[in-house]
Design a protein around this ligand. Structure first.
Ligand code: NAP
Length: 278
C-alpha cells in the first residue's frame, strides 16, 4: 500500500512517519504543498497516487484561530476539502484528523460519535465544518477525532510544564476542563491500524482515561521527579482568546468496536518522558 501524509512535520505527523513500517509512506509539510492550493494538492495527489491519504495538516493554534478566522477556515476546512476532492479524483481513501473541540463541553459523560457538534470557537468550527463537508463529499472517509495531543518534536502541554517546572517553584493550572491526553505514538499506531482495516465513519481515538489539565500537570511533575507545586485555578482566572469546552472526554466505544484499545494516559505519559529524555 502507498500512503500519503499531509502534516508529516507536525507532532502527529512525525510519529506517523516513525511508526509506519511495511508500506510506502510519502510525508509532506506545508513547504511541499500548501493544502489551500487546490491545484497543487490535486497535482501532488495524482503524482503520488496513494491508496490512503492521512490528513494531519492543520492550523492548530486554537487561540490564533480566533484572530485569524480566515486562515483557520481556509486551511482547516477548505484545505481539507481540497485534499478530499483530490482523493476522490483518484479513488484514494481518506483519514481526516479532527478534534474534541467540535463539542461545546456541556455533557457530563463521554462524547459519543453521534453527539451533536456545537463548537465554541473558530478552531472547533473549522474542524466541525470540515467534517460536514467531507462526509458529503466522501461518505466513506474516516474521521478520527482526538484530543490533548502530546509527543516529542513540537510544542505540547507536558513539554511546557517540564520547561516551566524546571525554573519556577509553583505553577497555576486550570482544574475545570476535563479531557483525554493522547500520546502521538499511540495515536499514530491506532491510525495505522484504522487505515489497514479500511475504517470508515467517525472514530474517537484518545488514550484511555481522562483528567483535568491540573491533574495532567500533577502527573507530569510527579513522574518527572520535580518538586514544583501545582496549584489549581479556574478557567476564569486564566482568560484566553478562545473559549474551550469544560468537558471534552471522548468515548472509546467507537474505537473498541473496531477491536482497538488504547493504553491509559498515565502509561503513555511515562513512555513520553522516557522518549523525551533519550
Ligand atoms: N494538538 C492537539 O492537541 C490536537 C487535538 C485534537 C486534534 N488535533 C488534530 O490532529 C492533527 C495533528 O495535529 P498536530 O498537533 O500534529 O499538528 P501540528 O504539530 O501543529 O502540525 C501541523 C502540521 O500541519 C502542517 N500545515 C499547517 N498548515 C498547513 C498548510 N496550509 N498546508 C499544508 N500543511 C500545513 C504543518 O506543516 P509545517 O510544519 O510545514 O508548518 C505541520 O506538518 C491536526 O489535524 C489537529 O487539528 C490536534
Amino acid at each position: 500500500m502507498r500512503v500519503m501524509i499531509f502534516g508529516a512535520s507536525g507532532l502527529l505527523g512525525q510519529a506517523l512517519m516513525r511508526e509506519w513500517s511495511g508500506d510506502e509512506v510519502v510525508g509532506l509539510s506545508s513547504r511541499d504543498v500548501d493544502i489551500r492550493d487546490k491545484n497543487r494538492v490535486s497535482e501532488k495527489v495524482q503524482s503520488v497516487s496513494p491508496g490512503w491519504i492521512v490528513l494531519a495538516a492543520a492550523y492548530t493554534d486554537v487561540d490564533g484561530c480566533e484572530s485569524n478566522q480566515d486562515r483557520a477556515l481556509a486551511v482547516n476546512r477548505d484545505g481539507a476539502v481540497n485534499v478530499a476532492e483530490a482523493a476522490k479524483g483518484i479513488g484514494a481513501k481518506l483519514l481526516f484528523l479532527s478534534s474534541d473541540y467540535v463539542f461545546n463541553g456541556r455533557k457530563t459523560s463521554p462524547y459519543e460519535i453521534d453527539d451533536a457538534r456545537n463548537p465554541l470557537g473558530v478552531y472547533g468550527r473549522s474542524k466541525s465544518e470540515a467534517e460536514e463537508r467531507l462526509q458529503q463529499l466522501l461518505p466513506n472517509c474516516c474521521i478520527a477525532r482526538t484530543s490533548w495531543l502530546f509527543g516529542t518534536g513540537g510544542k505540547c502541554f507536558p513539554d511546557t510544564i517540564l520547561k516551566l517546572g524546571a525554573t519556577r517553584p509553583r505553577l497555576d493550572v486550570v482544574i475545570d476542563q476535563h479531557g483525554c491526553p493522547t500520546y502521538s505514538v499511540d495515536l499514530a499506531g491506532a491510525i495505522i491500524r484504522l487505515c489497514r482495516q479500511d475504517a470508515r465513519g467517525i472514530v474517537h481515538v484518545t488514550n484511555a482515561g481522562s483528567c483535568t489539565w491540573f491533574e495532567f500537570a500533577q502527573g507530569i511533575v510527579r513522574e518527572a521527579g520535580l518538586t514544583t507545586q501545582v496549584r489549581p485555578i479556574s478557567t476564569q482566572q486564566l482568560p484566553r482568546p478562545a473559549r474551550r469546552p469544560a468537558y471534552s472526554v471522548l468515548s472509546p466505544t467507537s474505537l473498541n468496536r473496531l477491536g482497538i484499545t488504547m493504553p491509559g494516559w498515565q502509561d503513555a505519559l511515562a513512555r513520553y518522558l522516557k522518549q523525551r529524555k533519550s
